[in-house]
Design a protein around this ligand. Structure first.
Ligand code: G3P
Length: 216
């Protein structure tokens, strides 16, 4: 399973990429707003694109297809690895069709059920992003939606990749991998959790302690 970082924080992205296991990045307007400071979105996006070899997902904010296509073209022109995030709306579907004809990759975001994913795939999107955490928040099963999308895509040989998004804890990552999702996009805080186990720390401390008794 590919792992993307779900952040627009350049320091976290640089650090995560240095670990050698980050395959891409996803951002959204909320994540961008957290990094606002003195820098423009374009400066931040440019830096992310330079750090990350894999897909860098940047989101449009227009609500109409013309506006989405216009923004999508501008975002895609920033780098070969840019994927344009389009919200799951009727206008979004129209924009996906048009961007595909232009050879621009799209990730359909704010997916909350499998029918939405099917429609986005039919429009030709490259990725769909079901938001598992936000479904769990309202008492629905985010992972069940992922399971359903996987089955539907399997039924029809659909090549659209599934990005499990709105990941809240390591169990979401494990479940995504067990189901066979293509990608999980995770906040850096969760990526750090994936590395850790107290027994690993304990075991390493014991090894180092015992090593002191060995003549080298
Ligand atoms: O990339 C979008 C998604 O991951 C947002 O997550 O935590 O705001 O629901 P969250």
């Amino acid at each position: 399973m590919k792992i993307f970082l779900d952040t627009a924080n350049v320091d976290d992205i640089r650090e995560g990429v240095s670990w050698g296991i980050v395959d891409g990045v996803t951002t959204n307007p909320t994540l961008a707003s957290k990094e606002a400071g003195n820098r423009t979105f374009w400066d931040i996006a440019k830096e992310i694109i330079n750090i990350v070899q894999g897909p860098v997902n940047l989101e449009v904010t227009a609500l109409d297809a013309d506006g989405m296509v216009k923004e999508g073209k501008k975002l895609a022109a920033m780098g070969k690895n840019v994927v344009v995030k389009i919200p799951m709306t009727v206008e979004g579907l129209k924009a996906i069709v048009r961007l595909k004809k232009l050879g621009i990759k799209t990730n359909t975001t704010l997916i909350f059920n499998s029918n939405q994913a099917l429609l986005a795939a039919k429009a030709g999107t490259d990725y769909v992003s079901p938001f598992v955490g936000r479904l769990d928040d309202i008492g629905e099963s985010g992972m069940q939606i992922v399971k359903d999308i996987l089955q539907i895509f399997l039924n029809y040989g659909i090549k659209t990749e599934i990005i499990v998004a709105s990941v809240r804890h390591p169990v979401h990552v494990q479940e995504a991998a067990l189901l066979g999702a293509d990608i999980a996009t995770v906040p850096f805080s969760i990526l750090k959790m994936l590395v850790k186990h107290p027994k690993t720390d304990e075991g390493l401390a014991k090894f180092l302690e015992d090593w002191k008794k060995v003549k080298v």
